[in-house]
Design a protein around this ligand. Sequence first.
Ligand SMILES: *Cc1c(COP(=O)(O)O)cnc(C)c1O
Length: 392
Amino acid sequence: MDLEAELGAQLAERRAANLYRERRLLASPQGGRVVLDGRQVLAFSSNDYLGLANHPDIVRAFAAAAERFGVGSGASHLVCGHASEHQALEEELAAFCGRDRALLFATGYMANLGAISALVASGDLVLEDRLNHASLLDGGLLSGARFQRYLHNDPAALAERLTMAGRRKLVVTDGVFSMDGDIAELPAIAPLCSARGAWLMVDDAHGFGVLGRRGGGVAEHFGLGQDALPILIGTLGKGFGTAGAFVAGSATLIDYLVQFSRPYIYTTAIPPAVAAATRASLQLVMAESWRRDRLVALVARFRAGAAQLGLEVLPSSTPIQPVLVGSEARCMAIGAALWQRGIHVGTIRPPTVPKNTARLRITFSAAHGDGDVDLLLDALAEAFAACGEESP
Ligand SMILES: *Cc1c(COP(=O)(O)O)cnc(C)c1O
């Protein structure tokens, strides 16, 4: 089979379906305004919710640690790459989350793959919300356990699935759903798991740092300790503004993952300077609650304005505020019209979201001001007007 012809045909098909993905070139730090493809634009597309990715305290902590430790960690944690900065960060994250221990992973994708595939296998059952992040779905498939999805954020549908057979039963959900912005119904899901002897794992990539009075994420938001929510995943590249991820839970859970989680064992540790930067970030997350207050105000302003414009926003109270547009073609056209007006938003299409639910994924950051929201709303009004109604 000819590689060029075979792959080329599939690429052409993707282009024709308006599903072709392209990268824009970033030439600035993250922030409310960024330089993308050579243009200054107002960006509502990053996951740097707290505006920390370019914070001077964090940049300084990174540079100082790089002076001491160099850049590369040189090895996996179990060989000789586990530096004092990693250890200190793990201890601080565990204390912050109210868990016995935390374990650093290189990325959220790997933490999810690493936790699920170590915890369940053939003969076990893994139940996932059907709108879970791709890394959670991939982890479930990789594990070899019997894999079932349940209706989105529906504890009754989950309860029904929990009657299925399986030696170990693992329930996995996003804390804040990445493409919809809604929050998992954990006050119903957690007791259900406890009652049925299932283990609950929550991936709080979009809640950690953002939700909860001190930024402790969904666990703090709902007051769920280690018993109610035994397997907690946090990522550090979003609200925390750095990189990496962690699993937090009991000493037994962490000890087990160190022994049995292949994506933990067989990969190089993140640079110690990244861990040091994250320690500085944690201090800001805890101390500067104004960043979370700012987000709440920006979201309220946006939702009021979007309602006036008659936009189809989803029921979300988080900084993820998707606007439904329907077809892939219309989504791309509106995205392009916004870009013309100096605004960048994510244009999210299948397979990331279900068919016919293409959307603008608008995200807010504490780096935005009220005036930025107003500019966005004006541009949305113009872009929707310019692109007309969807033809049936
Ligand atoms: C972004 C994301 C991840 C992946 O985290 P990375 O650190 O970027 O690999 C995992 N889960 C969810 C829900 C996410 O949105």
